[in-house]
Write a protein that binds this ligand. Structure first.
Ligand SMILES: *Cc1c(COP(=O)(O)O)cnc(C)c1O
Length: 407
């Protein structure tokens, strides 16, 4: 069908930028400086500025960025690191790869992000200080860090999370892999703060489908702590302080110059792309008002300036809605269909159905609509028209408690 509306269109922006991107590649061929070097350093400088962070270290991908940020900030093998079950598995993979054990607290059902109240309850009721070290009562393992995930392009509620982290001596690593440029209004600081500038460090992914995407794999760590930046630089490059002098065993986790050059070009367009995503989100909200009571649009608290990596709605009978949209040529996706604690990969954690009910309920009801800077008003009109048609003949009901949470 020619008027198919894809979930994501990566072809058009790259066609538009083709000449500019090819020049980047040609210049790098001339110098043959393929890994690290001045192009990487320039991008690091530009992206640090973009994030209001003192330092940025280019990394091979977002998962490695999370792992290096944790290790550099002091997470040790045998530690427990707390995050949410409603995220991409890379968050918990990175925790395990740092030698730590992932543990979970539930989300706020309106924002789909970490609920600071759940974190407080976890720390108060399920942990205790033992010889000055915070330990999980059941496992006896030290709890040393928390990873709030700024999912779908909207920050977690950072003030109370940072306050709890301070009280319980936890390292805060922001998973900002979906939140390039997202902002949080901090009452504590009385200003807007950028994702990746609030915790000990932030981790970004530049996977092609992210708001700022490479033409391949790429990531970055941002931090205001020069010691953490220095350690991340060593970790990404075999633990070297200078060539062939290894302070520690590290990893091969560098950012290559071609990707850095491409990211540098695209970074100039990112504010415009973010503005276009916000316009598209506002338009969806207006159109979806016709489905009030049956569709729950994304909730944006007054302290959030989201960058709409995804536009996630809640619908009863989600699977049938998704099928209907697919049948009329509208691409959608689910982020994510199965909470992490229920994944086969985490059987070892012995967490069962019902352990994190708000995450589980979201996993069953959420659906991500097409969202990208080039999405047109006409396309959005068709997406919502089809949603309304579906609601008319299926007449599903959302759970009462879900609607109450929204109002
Ligand atoms: C994409 C993503 C990652 C991992 O990034 P990669 O570059 O794919 O390794 C981590 N966390 C979240 C929330 C993500 O969306």
């Amino acid at each position: 069908m020619s008027d198919r509306i894809p979930f994501l269109d990566l072809v058009t922006p790259h066609r538009e930028l083709k000449n500019e991107l090819c020049i980047v590649f040609a210049n790098i061929l001339d110098t043959a400086s393929f890994v690290s070097g001045p192009v990487v350093e320039q991008f690091e400088c530009d992206f640090a500025k973009f994030c209001d962070a003192q330092h940025c270290v280019g990394i091979s991908n977002g998962t490695d960025a999370l792992r290096f940020a944790m290790i550099a900030a002091g997470v040790k093998p045998g530690d427990t690191v707390v995050t949410v079950p409603n995220t991409f598995i890379a968050t918990t993979e990175a925790i395990a790869q740092a030698g730590a054990r992932p543990d979970f607290v539930d989300i706020d059902e309106r924002t789909y992000n970490m609920d600071p109240e759940e974190l407080r309850r976890y720390l108060e009721e399920r942990c205790r200080f033992e010889g000055g070290v915070l330990k999980n009562c059941e496992s006896g393992l030290p709890v040393t860090a928390v990873i709030p995930v700024h999912l779908y392009g909207q920050t977690a509620d950072m003030d109370p999370i940072l306050e709890l982290a301070n009280r319980y001596q936890l390292i805060v690593i922001e998973d900002a892999c979906q939140a390039h440029g997202a902002e949080y209004f901090s009452n504590a600081h009385n200003c807007w703060r950028k994702a990746g500038s609030m915790g000990a460090a932030g981790a970004f992914s530049f996977y092609p489908g992210k708001n700022l995407g490479a033409c391949g794999e790429a990531g970055a760590v941002t931090t205001n702590d020069p010691e953490i930046a220095k350690k991340v630089r060593m970790l990404r490059d075999h633990g070297q302080s200078q060539k062939y002098y290894h302070e520690i065993e590290g990893y091969n986790g560098r950012l290559d110059s071609v990707q850095a050059g491409i990211l540098g070009v695209k970074l100039k367009y990112l504010p415009g792309w973010t503005a276009a995503r916000r316009v598209a989100a506002a338009r969806y909200r207006i159109l979806l008002a016709a489905a009030e009571g049956k569709i729950v649009p994304p909730f944006t608290p007054p302290w959030a300036r989201a960058v709409y990596h995804l536009f996630v709605i809640r619908a009863a009978d989600r699977d049938a809605l998704m099928k209907h949209l697919a049948s009329v040529g509208v691409g959608t996706a689910i982020h994510y269909p199965k909470s992490l604690h229920l994944q086969n990969a985490y059987k070892r954690l012995n967490l069962c159905q019902g352990a994190f009910p708000k995450s589980e309920k979201a996993a069953a009801e959420i659906i991500s609509l097409p969202m990208y800077p080039g999405l047109t008003a006409r396309q959005q009109g068709k997406v919502v028209e089809e949603i309304l048609k579906f609601l008319e003949y299926s007449n599903p009901r959302l759970g009462v408690e879900c609607l109450e949470a929204w109002h």
